[in-house]
Design a protein around this ligand. Structure first.
Ligand code: AHG
Ligand code: MN
Ligand code: MN
Length: 356
């Protein structure tokens, strides 16, 4: 997994491109822009307390959440990095209700991007890790400008996705469909250098990560799974350890490296069962893509997150992702108790019952 000396992010993308002569070089330019914006946000996050960037702006975003100064700062920086001639035809951000067009005067590019400029922002005032998430699809619409259709694509169609984690060091972790690679920002040279080549998530892990305060509001299947995780059993190394930062980027980053399962289930806190908290386009789809690219699995509880065809820009989805075996265990509980078994799993289970 270790990185290769001298392998900068730019060289990594360039060399990947040499293996794919059909590539146009657009993704190289885009990922360089991501890296530039990440360096600027990283610099500000690191001195947020000094630069009067803590606290709220006084506005609410599209999700009805209070906007923090750093949310707005990160939104502006990433927008400026993506608002370039020739890269994108359309964008969507967690911080804006409608799609964000590319200004008229610029030539439109062949990609569409969804991003969460600052993930985990409720943690920022306490100096806890936050991140940025991005998802890039190839344009599907025709005509001069891009449109919503270019973003309403399943995670399965992603051309690239990644996140930046502003932690004890700043890292950019990304995939263009050929494994997951991590680059650590070396502040002394101002470059992202490869530190994690081809990240593979362990087949099984013994860490579970969830906001357990929501336990009373989960489905029977999810409750049963979390109870099972905590039962002592030597043969399956239970109980697992609990870790929850509350910044998805940090929780997924740890899950990729150490294995285990990250969960944000649906809940019925407000009466009806909802569809969870995390947003499909710029949280679940890109993170699900990275976890699958690293050899893990990402599910809604009953089917792969990457298969969901989005219906709305800011749509939410239940999200469970991590080591393959852990995710399969969760799906088993959901199938057993919530009556949402997928046809393939039902057939698989029936076959097992017949065989035994
Ligand atoms: P954001 O800061 O972009 O709104 O995202 C916060 C998300 C995600 O990072 C995290 O996993 C989750 O909210 C935590 O939610 P709870 O506080 O409900 O656990
Ligand atoms: Mn987020
Ligand atoms: Mn956010």
């Amino acid at each position: 997994m270790d990185g290769r000396i001298g392998m900068t992010l730019t060289r990594h993308i360039y060399e990947g491109q040499l293996e794919h002569p059909e590539a146009t070089g657009q993704l190289t330019g885009i990922l360089n822009q991501v890296a530039l914006a990440a360096k600027i946000v990283s610099r500000e996050v690191n001195k947020a307390g000094l630069a009067e960037l803590l606290g709220f702006t006084g506005d609410e975003n599209v999700q009805g959440e209070e906007v923090r100064k750093l949310d707005q700062f990160a939104q502006d920086v990433f927008y400026a990095a993506f608002d370039h001639p020739g890269h994108f035809c359309i964008m969507v951000s967690e911080e804006e209700e409608a799609v964000i067009p590319i200004p008229d005067e610029f030539e439109k590019g062949p990609y569409a991007i969804a991003f969460d400029p600052l993930d985990g922002s409720s943690n920022i005032d306490a100096n806890i890790t936050v991140g940025t998430i991005f998802a890039i699809w190839r344009r599907v619409s025709e005509g001069k400008d891009g449109c919503e259709q270019d973003l309403m694509q399943p995670g399965r169609n992603l051309a690239a996705a990644g996140y930046v984690v502003y932690g004890t060091s700043t890292m950019l972790v990304m995939s263009t469909g050929h494994g997951v690679h991590g680059f650590t920002l070396d502040p002394s040279v101002g470059e992202f250098l490869e530190s994690h080549h081809n990240i593979r998530i362990p087949e099984r892990g013994k860490i579970y990560s969830v906001n357990e305060g929501n336990y009373p509001y989960w489905s029977k299947g999810v409750q049963g799974y979390v109870r099972w995780i905590k039962e002592p059993d030597e043969s399956s190394d239970r109980p697992y350890s609990s870790r929850y930062v509350g910044s998805m980027v940090a929780d997924i980053h740890r899950t990729l490296l150490y294995g285990g399962i990250f969960m944000y289930p649906a809940d019925n806190k407000k009466g009806e069962m909802n569809t969870g908290k995390l947003r499909l386009l710029y949280e679940c789809a890109p993170m699900g893509y990275l976890v699958e690219q690293a050899g893990g699995a990402a599910t809604t509880g009953s089917s792969p997150v990457l298969d969901i065809v989005p219906q709305k820009l800011h749509q939410r989805s239940p999200f469970f992702a991590g080591s393959k075996t852990n995710v399969a265990d969760l799906e088993h509980f959901v199938a057993e108790h919530d009556g949402t078994e997928s046809p393939s799993r039902r057939a698989e289970r029936a076959a097992r019952t017949v065989a035994s």
